[in-house]
Design a protein around this ligand. Structure first.
Ligand SMILES: *[C@@H]1O[C@H](CO)[C@@H](O)[C@H](O)[C@H]1NC(C)=O
Ligand SMILES: *[C@@H]1O[C@H](CO)[C@@H](O)[C@H](O)[C@H]1NC(C)=O
Length: 370
């Protein structure tokens, strides 16, 4: 969401394809009841990475946000034990010392070019920003940049930068504890629907994502993807029913299913479809399965006029049912909810400012039982 403006544009284009495929091929099936058993492909592998089941993103583009020292008690009050940041601020890292709350850190995008060519720079980042803190603060992963795999100025340098960060971590013998990865928007998929036919964007599939996935496999690190059913719903309106995007109530007799015509797998919600499309796209590169972490997911509480689905009640329902959906699955997929706070300083569409579980003053926007 740091680069939300860009993402929104790329995702708009992308979802137009989904709208079309749904309208042309499968609108009737998404509304149909019955069909074969419900299932998914994603997540059918052990990940055992010490990564969270439910975590939360801590973005900082808000006025009046509480000081870092106040974070652990706010996060604990939500019963969340895992936090993902968009930077490596020592004050934040320090504030989570001895709290039992784990951190996923992020190296800012603009560092990627120098990290790709200069191992000493990577070592200096690890020496200065990780080494002094990792004994007291649980650090599980470092994302090298945020949603850069499709940006030409970074994409060619991304894997070399990740390799150097991993080397630096290994040099300090932290590689078993701290995984190196990078977050992707779902715009890396040029086709997502039906999920069994999803493929990665041609421009980066072989040149960037294949070596990247091989790196993740070699280092036993997860693929991190940002998954936004809200954007998919909004951009394909009205072909995806709102309750399909909001995870339908488990025992509703009117529960809808969408059956993938090629795999025969039946889906009851948009989230499962989106994750299975990631699974198929990785497979389409000829690579084995890889553990996936959903690095961002959420639902906005407010937006521009015309965005009626962005509401307090829908955000509460989405996040609550997401938590319950994940709890029920035997094959766990860790997620980081977006986000801890509303970020009123974000530019772009109004909807970007309203993803928080908490107001800046720390009080809850709605109840969420995790
Ligand atoms: C590489 O990074 C180190 C540490 O930050 C710096 O001292 C050195 O000048 C850099 N070398 C090059 C060629 O940029
Ligand atoms: C926190 O901020 C929200 C939104 O501005 C406001 O409605 C609420 O009353 C505030 N809570 C406290 C305890 O000040």
């Amino acid at each position: 969401m740091m680069m939300m403006t860009m993402k929104m544009t790329t995702q708009y284009t992308f979802w137009i394809l989904l709208i079309f495929s749904i309208l042309i091929a499968s609108c009737s099936t998404i509304l149909a009841l019955g069909g074969p058993g419900i299932g998914t492909n994603y997540g059918k592998y052990g990940s055992n990475l010490g990564v969270p089941e439910i975590g939360i993103n801590y973005g900082r583009y808000g006025s009046n946000l509480p000081p870092p020292e106040a974070l652990p008690s706010l996060v604990s009050s939500l019963s969340i034990k895992h936090v993902k940041t968009f930077d490596m601020d020592p004050r934040v890292t320090k504030s989570f010392a001895n709290t039992g709350i784990s951190l996923s850190l992020c190296i800012p995008n603009d560092k990627i070019p120098i990290l790709a060519s200069n191992l000493s720079e990577a070592e200096s980042i690890i020496r200065n920003l990780i080494l002094p803190y990792h004994k007291n603060t649980i650090i599980t992963s470092i994302s090298v940049g945020n949603e850069v795999s499709l940006l030409p100025q970074f994409s060619g340098k991304l894997v070399p930068a990740m390799v150097n960060v991993h080397r630096a971590i290994k040099r300090y013998r932290l590689h078993k504890k701290i995984k190196v990865s990078t977050t992707h928007s779902l715009a890396i998929l040029s086709r997502r629907f039906p999920p069994s036919t999803a493929v990665l964007h041609k421009s980066i599939a072989e040149s960037v994502l294949k070596p990247l996935l091989r790196f993740l496999q070699r280092t036993n690190s997860p693929l991190m993807v940002n998954v936004y059913p809200y954007l998919a719903y909004k951009q394909s309106y009205p072909s995806i029913p709102l309750d399909f995007a909001l995870f339908q109530p488990e025992n509703s007799p009117k529960r809808r299913r969408y059956t993938d015509p090629y795999s025969g797998i039946a889906y009851t919600n948009l989230f499962d479809i989106m994750l299975d499309s990631v699974d198929s796209a990785v497979k389409s590169l000829g690579l084995p399965k890889i553990p996936v972490v959903v690095s961002e997911i959420g639902w906005p509480t407010s937006g521009d006029p015309g965005e009626a689905a962005a509401s307090l009640e829908n955000a509460r329902v989405f996040n609550q049912r997401l938590v319950e959906h994940l709890r029920r699955r035997w094959n766990k997929v860790p997620v980081y909810i977006f986000a801890l706070f509303d970020e009123d300083q974000k530019t772009g569409a109004a909807v970007e400012k309203h993803w928080g579980l908490l107001f800046g003053n720390g009080s809850r926007k709605y109840d969420l039982n995790i």
